[in-house]
Structures are given as structure tokens and as C-alpha cells.
Design a binder for this molecule. Structure first.
Ligand SMILES: [Zn+2]
Length: 346
């Protein structure tokens, strides 16, 4: 019986050593020391032995079972370690490979241009002021010398919410708010950037939504030459050092006198090209001296204070700078358009 046990041990150890998977180990386990194994059969036959024999066989059988169990455990441990090593080798990350390029967003071209204009005026001591886009008829028109039924209102047909409220047609309403808020009537310089709305048929050059930056300076001894000097600096900063500007007489109800301002063409240097439609000049903004009625409406004594104001379309400046021919491109969020504006990769 002892011989048989040793034989089983020998066979078991050999088979265990040849195992190379967890399933094979489990098979070997049930074959040699499981309930229906040869080992169990021998144990069952022990009842016919004498007490001394039982003791002897019992001792050997324990040793054999322990050795087989140890061999099974040891082999199983090795198999698992091998599997883990193999997996680690397969999953190895090559840290020397270049990473995928991540695309970063960038500022919208209109925001870039707005920032550029803001930076210029901040450097000249202007405040940047914000105001509501839903405005009263009073601030949007009446205080700006555009009483109800004034024919000039036709040029600024807007989206009315009710008889008194509308989406602002111009950022000039912020000028009125700022002048009224300036209770001590001190001299000031400010710009107000923001979105504006006018009822319009959208096409390549018209949009019912656009953005403006308006400037307003009020003080004593403010003159038209101050306005011209300021706008000249603006034109040079936005379109190049060699730019010139010219004033053409115009009409706005809230300024007197009023002007349209052209900048010399940055593309052809006044020779004439398709950008300037052959004229050598490009219209960029409207401006003028603040109308005495507007000053008085806001509590400024027009015999003591003067002011100048100007309004420039941000889309207009951006389109000239970047050669954009369709204003709708700014609002449709097409990635192919936006990707042209300095989208960085890291
Ligand atoms: Zn030109």
C-alpha cells in the first residue's frame, strides 16, 4: 500500500510538472487527491489494516497528500505568474511613441478684433463700458435726438418686444446710460463694445445681428481735431502704419457735424483694387461731434462741454483684416472657417 502511495506521488509530481494551465492543474488535483481519485480508493481500503499498519500507512499517506498539494500549489503559482508576465509584456506601452495631437480652440475672430480695439483705447485712458442688449426706446432713440416718427429711425428698423422695449440697434444707448450715470458731469472717455440688432435681410454683407464698438469723449475744449487724431491712430493701429483717413460729410441725428470716415486702402495703397472697389479708400466708420441736444438730454451744459463720438462695426474691421467676404461666416460656427484663425495644436 505504501508502495502504491509512493507510485501515485511519483506519477502525480510528473504530471503536475508537465501542466501549463490552471485547468490542467485542477484536473491533476481531482485525479490524484480528489474524492474519486486513486488516492481516495487506497484510503478507503485502510479499514482492513491492523492498527500498526494503519499508523504507518496513515503517516505516509499524509506525507504523500501534502507533497502533492504543495506541488500543485507551487505549479499553480508559477503558471499564474507566467500568465501575468505574458500579459504585461503584451500590454507594454511604448512611451517613446509621439502622442496624438490635441486641438485647442482659440478666440473667435470677432473677439480677437474686439480685444485689439479695446486694448488700443484702454492704452489711451478709455474705460470699457457694457450695457443691456434689450433697451428702452428712450435710451436707444429718443435721448439720442431721434424722437418717435423721426424719419432717420427707418434706417434702424429693429426688433421691438413691445412699444417701449427693443433689441438695441446701436451701442449708443450705453453712451446715454453712462452720461446719465455721471452725476457730477465730469469729463470722461469711454468705449462700449457689444452686440446690436436691426431688422435686415441677411446676405453676404448684411446681418440682423452684428457688433459695434462706440467711443464717446465728453469734456471741456474737446474738438473735431481730437476726434480726427484719435481715429487716425485707430486706423494706423488696425490697418498699418502708412494708413491715412479722410472725412466725408454725413448725417446722424445724434452728432453735429457728422462724418463718414474712410481709410486709405491697405491692399493697393490708394491705387485702386477690388477691395476698395477701385476708389483707393475704404469706408470704416461713422462719427461726429455730440449733438448739443444729446448733451443737454443727459444733463451736460452744451455751452461748457463738447464731445465726440464714433461707431465702428467689428465685423467690418475683421472682414477687412482677414479678407472675409461673407458676414454670415462669423455666426454659423463652421469649423472649416474658424480653423483659419490661429487654432493651435499641442
Ligand atoms: Zn484698394
Amino acid at each position: 500500500m505504501i508502495e502504491k502511495l509512493n507510485e501515485i506521488k511519483k506519477l502525480a509530481i510528473e504530471e503536475i510538472n508537465s501542466c501549463d494551465s490552471e485547468a490542467m492543474i485542477n484536473n491533476a488535483k481531482s485525479k490524484y487527491i480528489g474524492k474519486k481519485s486513486v488516492f481516495s480508493e487506497i484510503m478507503a481500503g485502510m479499514s482492513s489494516l491492523s492498527v500498526d499498519e494503519k499508523r504507518e500507512v496513515g503517516k505516509v499517506s499524509n506525507e504523500v497528500r501534502n507533497e502533492i498539494t504543495d506541488a500543485l500549489n507551487e505549479k499553480l503559482k508559477n503558471i499564474k505568474q507566467d500568465e501575468l508576465n505574458k500579459k504585461l509584456l503584451e500590454d507594454k506601452i511604448d512611451i517613446t511613441l509621439p502622442s496624438k495631437k490635441l486641438k485647442m480652440g482659440s478666440l473667435h475672430p470677432l473677439t480677437e478684433v474686439r480685444h485689439e480695439i479695446e486694448d488700443l483705447f484702454i492704452s489711451m485712458g478709455y474705460d470699457v463700458v457694457d450695457g443691456p442688449e434689450v433697451e428702452t426706446d428712450m435710451y436707444c432713440f429718443e435721448m439720442l435726438n431721434l424722437p418717435k416718427d423721426h424719419p432717420a429711425r427707418d434706417a434702424q428698423d429693429s426688433f421691438y418686444i413691445n412699444d417701449e422695449m427693443l433689441l438695441r440697434t446701436q451701442t449708443s444707448s450705453v453712451q446715454i446710460r453712462s452720461m446719465l450715470a455721471n452725476k457730477e458731469k465730469k469729463p470722461f472717455k469711454l468705449i462700449c463694445p457689444g452686440k446690436t440688432y436691426r431688422r435686415d435681410d441677411d446676405d453676404a454683407t448684411h446681418s440682423h445681428q452684428f457688433s459695434q464698438i462706440e467711443g464717446l469723449v465728453v469734456g471741456e475744449n474737446v474738438s473735431l481735431s481730437d476726434l480726427k487724431g484719435t481715429l487716425e491712430l485707430f486706423a494706423k493701429k488696425m490697418f498699418g502704419e502708412n494708413r491715412e483717413i479722410r472725412f466725408r460729410a454725413s448725417f446722424f441725428p445724434f452728432t453735429e457735424p457728422s462724418y463718414e470716415v474712410d481709410v486709405s486702402c491697405f491692399n493697393c495703397d490708394k491705387k485702386g483694387c477690388n477691395i476698395c472697389k477701385g476708389t483707393g479708400w475704404i469706408e470704416i466708420l461713422g462719427c461726429g461731434m455730440v449733438h448739443p441736444n444729446v448733451l443737454e438730454n443727459c444733463g451736460f451744459d452744451h455751452t461748457k462741454y463738447q464731445g465726440f463720438a464714433f461707431g465702428v462695426g467689428i465685423e467690418r474691421v475683421a472682414s477687412l483684416k482677414y479678407g472675409v467676404t461673407n458676414i454670415r461666416d462669423y455666426f454659423t460656427n463652421d469649423y472649416r472657417f474658424l480653423a483659419n484663425f490661429d487654432r493651435k495644436e499641442i
